[in-house]
Design a protein around this ligand. Structure first.
Ligand code: HEC
Ligand code: CU
Length: 363
């Protein structure tokens, strides 16, 4: 909220985690204040009480009783441990997304935040979300380090090039909240700001249906899969897979994959990402290391689309696997064709609609 007229101790509190962060902060501040005043007060008091009264006065050796020594060591230790335990607990709450969180994507880029909704809608610098819904934001950077920060939600996470980070929150109050980049990222860093619009679920649905539909991430991933010729090696051969050059990706997501060096690795987002950017790092047992790297040929956004597509081929639970069945390379062309429309723009957002797989290089 733009509350320039109000000066408050803390920013507005609009997420489920905010009261916990505030409580921790305020109690910590109170404890620090208490001890600062206690120590400063005692210094002043002792200065007066034990001042030198005669020019020839000599101080007596003083020994504190043992119980006092123990007390002033053990009490602060216990206080610190409580604060540590409490802090760690809030930290885990903050960084461990609930299972049922809905996944959204964001890419930080000099100098804007690009968002994509689970159904494919795209926005820039404004994120519309439903209230009371746990939302997990997968965060990437296309260039330098940025940092996603919504003070009213008390959440912050860096966008690091070459790595996917994430963040979750549950907004508790409809409204418009400021969004910042809090990592100095170049000359227009200070203008890399935006807002999160929290809406009642019905309003959100209405907004979604009013905004131009984008292509779902899975569908554009499927399209990319063809464009980059992944399917020439990864599509199951009719009549048995023996002549196939690459392993089939059907049902692979969430499984353990046996590597040529005997290790087993879990097939997750990070693994797929690495397989695409640095295929030589982990070679699947039984296959030759012939996959070329796609480093530099796919943007961060396209990577998330490819990952989303591989996920949709089944295996582990994918929140949006719905659309495509196991034969998706064929189904995908249809899905892609169906979603190209949408000339209009979401409210006050100049959202560049990129037609499809040629992707979003342009923005
Ligand atoms: C020239 C053939 C070829 C092309 C093109 C190719 N791959 Fe591969 N891919 C392979 C081979 C062979 C392996 C197994 C050996 C390895 O791990 O490098 C593999 C492994 C993988 C894996 C790991 C699979 C597993 O079961 O653990 C993924 C994911 C993957 N590729 C995705 C892609 C994507 C996405 C593209 C397109 C952007 C692509 N590949 C293009 C040949 C290819
Ligand atoms: Cu930035």
């Amino acid at each position: 909220m733009n509350e320039t007229s109000k000066l408050t101790l803390l920013p507005e509190s609009a997420s489920s985690i905010a009261p916990q962060v505030d409580a921790l902060f305020l109690v910590w501040a109170a404890v620090s204040l208490f001890f600062s005043l206690l120590i400063a007060g005692l210094i002043v008091y002792f200065m007066a009480r034990y001042r030198r009264r005669a020019p020839d006065e000599v101080g007596l050796p003083e020994r504190a009783p043992i119980w006092l020594e123990i007390a002033w060591s053990v009490i602060p230790l216990l206080i610190s441990l409580v604060m540590f335990g409490w802090g760690a607990w809030v930290f885990f709450e903050l960084y461990r997304a609930p299972e049922d969180a809905v996944e959204y994507f964001t890419v930080g880029k000099q100098w804007m935040w690009k968002f994509q909704h689970p159904d494919g809608h795209r926005e820039i610098n404004t994120l519309h979300i439903p209230v009371d819904t746990p939302i997990k934001l997968n965060i990437q950077s296309e260039d330098v380090i940025h940092s996603f920060f919504v003070p009213a939600f008390r959440v912050k996470q860096d966008a690091v090039p070459g790595r996917q980070t994430s963040l979750w929150f549950k907004a508790t109050k409809p409204g418009v909240y400021d969004l910042y980049c809090t990592e100095y990222c170049g000359v227009e860093h200070s203008r890399m700001i935006g807002s999160v619009v929290v809406m009642e679920p019905r309003q959100y649905e209405a907004w979604l249906s009013g905004a131009p539909a984008g292509q779902s991430m899975t569908a554009s991933g499927a399209q990319l899969f063809e464009q980059l010729a992944c399917h020439t090696c990864h599509r199951p051969m009719a009549g048995g897979g023996s002549t196939q050059r690459g392993p089939t990706l059907d049902g692979v997501y969430g499984r353990q994959q046996r590597l040529a060096d005997g290790r087993d690795v879990a097939v997750d987002d990070e693994y797929i990402r690495e397989s695409i950017l640095n295929p030589q790092a982990k070679i699947v047992a039984g296959y030759a290391p012939i996959m070329p790297t796609f480093q530099g040929q796919v943007t961060e956004e396209q990577l998330t689309h490819l990952i989303s597509y591989v996920r949709s081929l089944g295996g582990g639970g994918s929140p949006e696997a719905g659309g495509n069945d196991a034969n998706a390379p064929n189904g995908a062309a249809g899905a892609a064709a169906a979603t190209d429309g949408g000339g209009g723009q979401p409210v006050d957002n100049p959202t560049p609609q990129t037609g499809g797989g040629t992707g979003s290089n342009g923005n």
